[in-house]
Design a protein around this ligand. Structure first.
Ligand code: KG4
Ligand code: ZN
Length: 334
């Protein structure tokens, strides 16, 4: 069974093919980052237009020598994300499924992130805890079973990736700032600035990051002569503060739920410092922490094709539109 996955929810145009016996057998991803970087964030209309321009070539590249006639079903991201961008992927998926006369399966993008490490680590078994940290989402999900997701904690304001991007902007780093902060932090001292760890000791599993970002802003404003050394110290201290909050909340969620496996997914899961901090938790709590491979931390179509391959294609291609900007994980049907 070969599932073709299509991802266009934000600024990556991606297509991948998942074979239920062999795993991913073809994939292609085109990032629009250069288009949006000069605006300091994703411009929705430009994103939609560029998906239109690139999607056919991305399909050809993903297929390689494989004939499109070998595809058994089409899975595509139908939400959450930028509505215009989602509609491009949806209409492309509709067209393909009609031409090939194969089933069409709408997929929740967040479910793709949650499941992504299972592509590479088949030993992962549900239930597990997932920390999903990207540019638009920061949540802790209790993954009880396929389709049974309980959001047990989330950011009350900025997403973790968003906080990285905003702090990067304060330090004059390019967009998206996460990888630049990580690199700069390597040269800095993580205890140089004592930034706040909002809600770290709260009774719940929620987080708040806007106060941390504001504290960095005030710190930057008070420094008359910013140097590379100070910037590195700020980056390292900020990264330490955010890691402390995430590690504390995951520790609490393990204690609350008794789960033994944790998945860290989403763009921020690429951060090696964060991974090293979770390594310590793994050892102290005797749990196992999994990450997607680096190429599957950010948005990709492999995770969409993979989740599609697990679905029963019971949904008739009735030409209905399922694209939606908002689609919380706990509103999925099992
Ligand atoms: O999952 P993703 O590619 O897109 C969505 O937001 O859905 O995540 C992008 C976010 C950006 O905010 C980016 O700055 C952050 O992930 N990010 C990182 C790193 N790589 C990407 N944040 C911290 N450290 C990184 N190495
Ligand atoms: Zn994403």
């Amino acid at each position: 069974m070969k599932t073709l996955g299509i991802e266009t929810s934000c600024d990556e145009t991606a297509i991948a093919i998942y074979d239920s016996k062999k795993g991913i057998i073809g994939e292609s991803i085109y990032s629009q980052i250069d288009i949006h970087a000069k605006y300091g964030g994703v411009v929705p209309e430009l994103a939609s237009r560029d998906h239109c321009v690139k999607i056919v070539d991305v399909l050809k590249d993903a297929l390689g020598d494989l004939s499109i006639k070998k595809i058994d079903q089409i899975a595509y991201t139908s939400g959450p994300g930028l509505l215009g961008a989602l509609l491009i992927g949806e209409s492309f998926a509709q067209g393909l499924s009609t031409a090939l006369d194969v089933p069409l399966i709408p997929i929740n993008h967040l479910e793709g992130h949650l499941m992504s490490p299972m592509m590479e680590f088949p030993e992962i078994k549900m239930p597990f805890i997932c920390l999903l940290v990207s540019g638009g989402h920061s949540m802790i999900v209790d993954v009880k079973d396929k389709g049974q997701y309980e959001i047990i904690g989330q950011s009350q304001d900025d997403a973790v990736g968003e906080a990285f991007d905003k702090v990067a902007k304060l330090l004059d780093l390019p967009y998206p700032g996460g990888p630049y902060i990580e690199r700069l932090a390597l040269e800095g001292k993580s205890d140089a600035f004592n930034f706040p760890r909002p809600m770290i000791n709260s009774d719940d599993l929620n987080m708040s990051l806007s106060g941390l970002k504001t504290s960095v802003l005030y710190t930057v404003q008070k420094i008359p002569n910013m140097t590379e050394e100070i910037k590195s110290d700020i980056a390292a201290s900020f990264q330490q503060a955010i890691s402390d909050v995430l590690v504390a909340k995951i520790k609490k969620s393990i204690e609350t739920t008794g789960r033994k496996e944790v998945i860290i997914a989403g763009g921020v899961a690429a951060n090696k410092f964060l991974r090293s901090e979770f390594k310590k938790l793994e050892e102290s709590l005797n749990v196992k922490v999994y990450y997607p491979g680096l190429k599957y931390c950010g948005d990709n179509a492999a995770m969409i094709a993979f989740v599609g391959s697990m679905m029963k294609p019971s949904i008739e291609n009735d030409r209905s539109s399922n694209a939606r900007a908002r689609w919380p994980l706990d509103e999925l049907k099992a």
